[in-house]
Design a protein around this ligand. Structure first.
Ligand code: SAH
Length: 220
């Protein structure tokens, strides 16, 4: 059973205030995070800490992103209600839920079968209507393209040509870009003439983006 108690709501409000102090200024993003019970996305071992500003293990060697990271990526993405958003790395589904709260129609790809199945069940139970795909995010979802926005939630070492191709003119792609342990948050904008412009933001540390689907539990 999913229960969102007053205590959880209070802790969430505190987290949102903290995010505001850390520089998140888009009120719609703060409201969206306030609307999503993050503790539903964590295993019971971490429930007590669901509203600490930390990343946590979600199984299969993967993590649910730090709330600040979800907030900054959502802010940089500038989502407007009704937009089609492609997310790479569904993971726990928390970022997916935040995008839904922002009014997006979310398509999300996850390469780990178990995580895909768990997030699919949870998001449906929470009443979110999403299109979740088990596959390799590098390929995107050509049959549903083009997208207004693309968000990558794992560290990407190379320019994702296929994903850029699936972006609408005027669209925005946000990704943690870099090969090492630390990546720079990169915002790529497709200009109306089809050329691209990019800018770099702060440093982050994400789990790596890996190619191909993985149905096993231990091997990557
Ligand atoms: N947005 C998630 C963050 C999860 S961490 C959340 O809020 O919980 C990044 C996720 O990207 C992991 O679940 C990992 O399995 C997934 N991933 C890594 N490489 C991928 C790829 N090529 N395609 C799709 N998902 C990938």
């Amino acid at each position: 059973m999913l229960t969102d108690s007053y205590r959880h709501k209070g802790l969430r409000k505190k987290l949102v205030d903290e995010l505001k102090h850390m520089g998140i200024s888009d009120q719609r993003v703060l409201d969206a995070i306030n609307a999503v019970p993050r503790h539903y996305f964590l295993t019971s071992a971490f429930l007590e800490f669901a509203y600490d500003n930390k990343a946590f293990q979600i199984g299969e060697g993967q993590t649910i992103s730090h709330p600040y990271t979800v907030a900054i990526q959502s802010q940089l993405l500038s989502v407007e209600p009704g937009m089609k958003v492609l997310e790479i790395g569904t993971g726990s589904g928390f970022q997916t839920a935040v995008l839904c709260e922002l009014g997006a129609k979310v398509y999300s790809i996850e390469r780990q079968k178990l995580l895909h199945e768990n997030s699919k069940k949870l998001l449906a139970k929470m009443g979110y209507k999403t299109y979740l795909s088990y596959g390799d995010g590098y390929k995107g979802l050509p049959s549903f393209a083009p997208f207004d926005r693309v968000i990558i939630t794992c560290a990407i070492p190379k320019v994702p040509e296929d994903l850029l191709m699936q972006l609408k003119p005027g669209g925005i792609l946000v990704m943690p870009f870099g090969e090492g342990e630390v990546q720079r948050m990169m915002v790529v904008k497709e200009l109306p003439d089809g050329t691209f412009e990019s800018e770099l933001h702060g440093e982050f540390s994400f789990v790596p983006m890996l190619e191909k689907r993985n149905s096993g539990t231990f091997n990557q």
